[in-house]
Write a protein of this length. Sequence first.
Length: 583
Amino acid sequence: MALPSIKSVFERAQLATSGQFDEWLKAWRVAAESGSPESLFTFMCRERGVAEDIFLQQLAATLGWAFLDLKKVTVEPAVRNKISTKVAFQFGALPISFENETLTVAVSNPFNNALLNAVQFDARSPVKFALAPAAEIEKSLKKYYGVGAETLDEMAGEETMELEIANDKEITEDDQEASVIKFVNQVVWEAFKDRATDIHFEPSEDELRIRYRIDGILHQTPMPAQLKRFQAAIISRIKVMSGMNIAEKRLPQDGRINVRIKGEELDIRVSTVPTVYGESVSLRLLTRGKIFMSLDKLGFAPRDEAALRELIIKPHGILLVTGPTGSGKSTTLYAALSTINSVQKRIITIEEPVEYELKGINQISVRSDIGLTFAMGLRHILRQDPNVVMVGEIRDLETAEIAIRAALTGHLVFSTLHTNDSASAFTRLIDMGIEPFLVASSVEAILAQRLVRTICPHCKVEQMVEPTYLLKIGFPADEIATTKFYRGAGCEECRMLGYQGRLAIYELLVVNESIRPLIMNRAPASTLMAKAVEQGTRTLRVDGWNKVKLGITTIEEVLRVTQTEEHLKSLVGDRTEIWTKPA
C-alpha cells in the first residue's frame, strides 16, 4: 500500500484525522532519519495510545481482512511449507490455511509493502492476508518452525562456518553473525527470556533434542526438524565458546562461558559427556545479579529466620544446609554470609565454582585438575586466620574431619550436604567415619530445604479440594475449613503451566541438649527427627502447608518435593502389592 492509502485507511477506521496523520508521519520520518528502527505502523499505534490488538481489529474491519486469535489456530505442516522459513521469520508472516488454491497468511503490519510482496512472490499462489499481534505471530513461528529455524536455513547453504568467539561478547535478540554462531546465541537468548536455569542438548538416533529447565521442570523446546544435520557444528561451537578441546569426543569435558545479555553478566557452566549418538551437552545458566538474595527475602517463617540469625553470629560450630542439587543451598549460604559480612570478620570460602562474587569476602575456586580440592583448600584456609569459613560441599571423610576440627577450634563453618532431610545429615557424617561425639559437639544446626514453584499471579484462581483427600495427605485437620486453596489456571505469562518463579520451603533442626545424646548413641534419623519435632522443629511438609495457606504455592507442589515412600503408600490405600512386587 502507498502512503495515501494508509492515510485514507486510518481516516476511515477513525484512528486519526487528516491533520493528526500528517503530524505523526512527519514525526516518524524525523525519527527514522535519526536511526530509529520503528516501523510507521508501530509508531502510529504508539502515538494513538491504543493497545495493538484493538488497533489491529479496527484496521481489519476497515480493510475487510480477518483478525485472528492465534491461540485458537492450528497450522498444518503442509501449510507451513507454502512459504520459506526465511520469509516467514524475516517478515513475521505465518501461513494459516490453504483452501481453494488460496493461502491465508497472518501478518501484523498491513502497510509493509516489502512484506506483502515477498509473501506473494514466495507463495506462488493467490494470498489472502489476515491480521494478528506481532508478539503472537512470533510465538507461533517458534512453536511451529522451532527456535532458530531461519538460521538453520542459512546454515544449510554454507560450506564453511566460522567458530571463533570474541571476548566480552554480548548476545542480543537480533544477532547477525555466522549462522551456527547465531543459532547457539538464539538458543541461549530464548532460555534467558524463559528464565531457564539449564539447557540440555541431547542427541538420539534421529534428532537432536533441546530442553530447558524452567522453575525446576524440564520442557522440550520446539526445534526445526533438520536440526540433527547440524549436530556436530552446534556442539563444536559450544565447545569452542567454553574453551574445550573440540577434537576430543571420547571423554567428558567441563568448561565455562561468560556472556552479557541485556547488560547482565551471565556465567554458563558447560559439561559434555559422550553418548551412543554423539556428545550430550548441558549448560547451567547463572545470572550473577539474581543469585544473591538477602536473608529476609528467602521465605523463612519469622521464627525460623530469627533462629537462623542467632546461629550465624555464633563464634564457632557448623551450620549445614542440605538438599538435592538445585534446591537453592548456595543462595541460602550466600545470604547468610552477606548478613554477617563486616570489616571485623575475616570470611574465606572454597567453592566449586564461585557462583557469586561477594565484596569483602575471600573466595577460592576448587581446581581438582591441579590438586586444589576442598580438603586441601580448607587445610590451608585455616592457616589464614579466618573467623568464618564456607566449604561448598562436604563430600568425603577428609573434608568432614577438617571442617569439624575447624569448628572445634573456634571457627564458624558453613557447608552443604546431599541428604533428604535435616536429621539424615547426622547419620551421613557418622557413616563417613566421623565419631558421633565429634558430630554432636560441633554441629549447631541443620537446615534442609526444597524449592517449590509459586502460583502465577496473572492466572491465580481459587481451587476446591476434597477434605478427605486433605486428611489423607496430612494437611492439618483443624485448618481445612478455614483455608482457601489456589492454583494457576494457565496463561501466556506462565506458558500455560500455572506457575511462575520458585520459593524455598525449610526445615531447621537446631541441636540442643535433648538431641546431642541421641547423636552420640547413633540413633536413627527417624528417632532424631521425632525428637526434633517434639522440640518444635517444623518439617519441610509443614512449612509447605504454611505456604499453601498463604496462597503462595499449591498442594501438588508441596507433595512433589516432599514425597516419601510412606506418604505414597498412604495415598494408594491397601494396594501394598505395588510396593512389594519386584520391578
